[in-house]
Design a protein around this ligand. Structure first.
Ligand code: EPU
Length: 421
């Protein structure tokens, strides 16, 4: 994939037209990890061209798989034997790699995974992944920067998660698929990406019910032959869709986010409605009509179906130019307000205090050189640039390419003056 260093944006008028949304990053990465569970040829459709998919492909190849792309279809060939190791050079570049632990453990009886890296916000422990897998009988030790999980006999168990962690739920589901007996995960994450993962697993022969609810029940299939390869189409990326909805909220205008699913982001749509956007689901996706200036509202990030923490940088940016004062509360990640300093450099009036941001809307932002600290912060700065006077240059745009397939080109398609360089 071509590397991107910076994105140049010039503020302009309203956005108009149809903008397509790709497959969900946070789904496809887990679907790719799930293929490790059984030998065979898999075809994943609607796979976005993003760096994280390339990294997960490298990780699968390091285990012995081969991965080939044809347009938006990824073909993954998983051999009869895999090497259950996730090497540091790959894992340090993206945190989602931790989800290979569950399938490797289930398939090979062990997994050696380098301690994860990833986004530049707050400490992101994996204690719930480890505790849950221990309940299924896995043993852990760590040495030389690697976590080593072992169990020749995973046993179904009841696991109560302290918090509905997305990654812990995914790792547990994938391990439990091959355990002896039944596993029940309580307080499971309910994100649509979990339901998508379970749909693929069921196509592969797993027996999972309750995905998408807070209790997931997995009847383990303990023979290696019971699981087989399958094909699957990735669900649309609700976070990418949210980026475009907030973009039109900032500039005003009328867009259709083609392929997006309203039911995956109802709480956000409701909030945008409260702020003055007309928004509804459309046969093609989500239709939105935004006034020249939105009205402020308060919001807080919560696990699904609440407003996702990933939407928050876009909402803060939207509030930066809305009429009034809004308070945004972050309940998931402690360090996730770093981009606020960048927005301030663009003239935003934002105060932060631990988990809260108070945003007093200004009429117009002012274009400036800024820096992307993570994927969502980066795309938020791009959409801020759409509503700023003059030019905004977003540096470290490689973060954005981790999760967006041609953000600049897609925004140009609805009238944004955005160039990736
Ligand atoms: N947590 C723990 N211990 C654990 C696991 C999580 O304390 O063992 C904490 C985390 O530190 C965090 C909270 O629980 O404060 C939520 O973490 P969760 O495990 O739910 O998140 P994740 O699986 O690491 C996924 C997405 C994130 C998204 C979060 C929340 C992927 C690859 N990542 O991360 O997406 O913000 O869920 O919805 O699926 C992104 O796409 O840019 C992104 C960061």
């Amino acid at each position: 994939m071509e590397s991107i260093e910076q994105i140049r944006v010039r503020g302009g008028g309203p956005l108009e037209g149809s903008i397509p949304v790709g497959g969900a990053k946070n789904s496809v990465l887990k679907l790719m990890a799930a293929t490790l569970l059984a030998e065979g040829a898999y075809h994943l459709h609607n796979v976005p061209r993003i760096t994280d998919v390339d990294l997960m492909s490298d990780l699968l190849c390091a285990t012995g798989c081969s991965v080939a792309r044809d347009g938006t279809t990824l073909r993954i060939d998983v051999p009869a034997e895999i090497e259950p190791v996730a090497p540091y050079e790959i894992v340090e570049q993206f945190r989602a790699s931790i989800v290979v632990m569950g399938p490797m453990l289930a398939r090979c009886g062990e997994a050696r995974v380098a301690m994860p890296g990833g986004d530049d916000f707050g400490p992101r422990p994996i204690d719930m992944h480890v505790r849950g897998l221990q309940e299924l009988g896995a043993e852990f030790d760590t040495a030389h920067g690697y976590i080593h999980a072992r169990s020749q006999n995973l046993q179904g168990a009841r696991v109560l998660l302290e918090f509905p962690s997305v990654g812990a739920t995914e790792n547990l589901v994938m391990a439990a698929v091959r355990a002896k007996g039944t596993t029940v995960i309580d307080n499971a994450a309910r994100e649509p990406e979990i339901a998508d993962l379970c749909e693929l697993l069921n196509k592969m022969g797993a027996q999972i019910i309750g995905a998408g609810s807070s209790t997931i029940t997995i009847a383990g299939v303990d023979s290696q032959d019971a699981l087989h390869s399958a094909d699957h189409t990735v669900i649309p990326d609700r976070i990418e869709a949210a980026t475009y909805l907030c973009a039109v909220g900032i500039t005003g205008g009328e867009i259709t986010v083609a392929g997006a699913r309203h039911e995956h982001m109802s709480m956000l749509c409701q909030k945008l409605g409260e702020m003055g956007m007309r928004i509804s689901h459309d046969p093609d996706g989500i239709w939105a009509l935004a006034p020249r200036r939105m009205t402020s509202a308060d919001c807080q990030s919560l696990p699904y179906p609440g407003i996702a923490t990933d939407f928050k940088p876009f909402l803060v940016t939207l509030l930066a130019t809305a009429d009034g004062v809004g308070i945004v509360t972050e309940n998931l990640f402690s360090g996730r307000f770093r981009y606020v300093d960048e927005l301030r450099r663009m003239g935003a009036d934002i105060r932060t205090d631990s988990h809260h941001a108070v945003i007093r809307g200004v009429e117009r932002l002012s274009g400036a050189p800024v820096r992307a600290h993570d994927i969502r912060a980066g795309s938020a700065l791009v959409i801020a640039g759409l509503a700023a006077d003059g030019e905004t240059i977003v540096a470290d745009a490689d973060h954005i390419a981790r999760g967006y397939d041609d953000l600049a080109g897609k925004l140009r398609g609805i009238g944004g003056d955005v160039i990736a360089e």
